[in-house]
Design a protein around this ligand. Structure first.
Ligand code: HEC
Ligand SMILES: [Cu+2]
Length: 361
């Protein structure tokens, strides 16, 4: 009875785990649904090594079961001594050769891909007019958000990486504080983001993110970096090269003053309350901001990388950033507003202003 119950418990646990596994299938964030060449290469290596390992397990299990069935003592009697095979040259050759072959099958594509995926030699190739042939993005990781600088284009953004599809995009990774790791599960990675050296690699984006359920790919920090590490998310918009050029051009334009009374009030508060000291509102510029650049805030998919993108959440964040990302470096409202929380009216104005910042049509 107890025995039977135990089996049922195990069965129930396995069923519950299956439900979790069904979460592995989301295109925005699954390494099992690669959406770029790098991710495909990594996925194929994963499949290859899984097949090799499964093959070994299968063969060993079959031999093991055969041995216990065939040589049961109750069947063959107490005193039977099976044929002795020690020193058999044939067998020893076989079980040396098979692992060598298996290791070669694993090693050759793995080593080849490792070097191929780390090849950034064409990164600095310039076209005849001196402009770079390939897009390079400098990624600055900070507790707990991501800044993306496009040095050739002279623009900078945060929280959302925008890239063209169908070409290699090169990344220079550097951290402003502690070690992080840059990872876009459906596209490729992870690569460590260090404080004292720049790590470089490339990714390709083969699918437009607008085709995805959420409209963006999900990016993650994959290196434990502090209490809000699990909340250090970013999003990726992959668009056609034409749309990308339009986006860059819009980013390069001067920011226009806010329209509408509420948003204008918000713009004024943004300066008065010194938000502007940490948050740049123009897309033109270099990396190194204390807080995320908000030039594209209205186009974003999340607030602070994690909260659903609506005015309620913008207000909630401003009123108590620590509640949403413990340990993050945005000051409390009291320290920006003479020791007091912002009034509902001020929050409305700030949210209206932030939401009006947009470069997309
Ligand atoms: C001392 C610098 C600093 C000041 C001043 C500051 N912030 Fe921030 N802010 C930050 C940092 C750092 C973050 C990123 C927090 C994180 O995600 O880890 C942030 C994040 C945000 C975000 C989310 C950004 C995004 O891209 O989703 C909003 C909105 C925001 N701040 C609004 C404000 C407003 C409004 C003010 C003024 C009342 C203000 N901040 C003042 C540093 C600052
Ligand atoms: Cu982290």
């Amino acid at each position: 009875m107890i025995q039977g119950l135990k089996k049922w418990r195990l069965f129930a646990l396995m069923t519950a785990l299956l439900v979790f596994l069904s979460g592995c299938g989301r295109e925005e964030i699954s390494t099992l649904l690669p959406a770029g060449e790098v991710a495909s290469d990594q996925f194929n290596l994963l499949i290859l090594s899984s097949i090799v390992m499964a093959f070994v397990i299968l063969v060993v299990t079959v031999i093991f079961i055969l041995a216990i069935v065939k040589f049961r003592r109750s069947k063959l009697g107490e005193d039977l001594i099976p044929e002795q095979v020690e020193g058999s040259a044939r067998l020893e050759f076989l079980w040396t050769a098979i692992p060598i072959v298996l290791l070669l099958i694993l090693a050759v594509p793995t080593v080849y891909s490792t070097f191929d995926l780390a090849d950034v030699s064409s990164m600095d190739v310039a076209a005849e007019d001196g402009s770079m042939t390939n897009l390079t993005v400098n990624v600055n990781a900070k507790l707990y958000w991501w800044e993306f600088e496009y040095p050739e284009q002279g623009i900078v953004t945060a929280q959302e990486l925008v890239v063209p599809t169908g070409e290699k995009v090169y990344f220079n990774l550097i951290s402003a504080d502690v070690k992080h790791s840059f990872w876009i599960p459906s596209i490729g990675g992870k690569l460590d983001v260090n404080t004292d050296n720049v790590n470089t690699f490339y990714l390709t984006f083969d699918k437009e993110s607008s085709e995805l359920e959420d409209g963006v790919f999900y990016g993650k920090c994959a290196e434990l970096c502090g209490p809000s590490h699990a909340l250090m998310d970013f999003k990726v918009k992959s668009v056609t090269p034409e749309e990308f050029d339009q986006w860059v051009a819009a980013m390069q334009e001067e920011a226009t003053p806010a329209e509408g009374e509420l948003a204008q009030q918000g713009e004024q508060l943004f300066t008065e309350k010194t938000c502007i000291a940490c948050h740049a509102t123009s897309g033109v510029g270099k990396g190194g901001g204390v807080g995320p650049n908000v030039a594209t805030f209205g186009d974003r998919n999340r607030v602070a990388g994690i909260l659903e993108h609506n005015e309620e959440n913008v207000k909630a964040w401003i009123q108590d950033p620590q509640q949403y990302k413990p340990g993050n470096l945005m000051p409390s409202p009291e320290s920006l507003n003479n020791g007091e929380k912002f009034s509902e009216q001020e929050l409305d104005a700030l949210a209206a202003y932030l939401m009006s910042l947009s470069v997309e049509e």
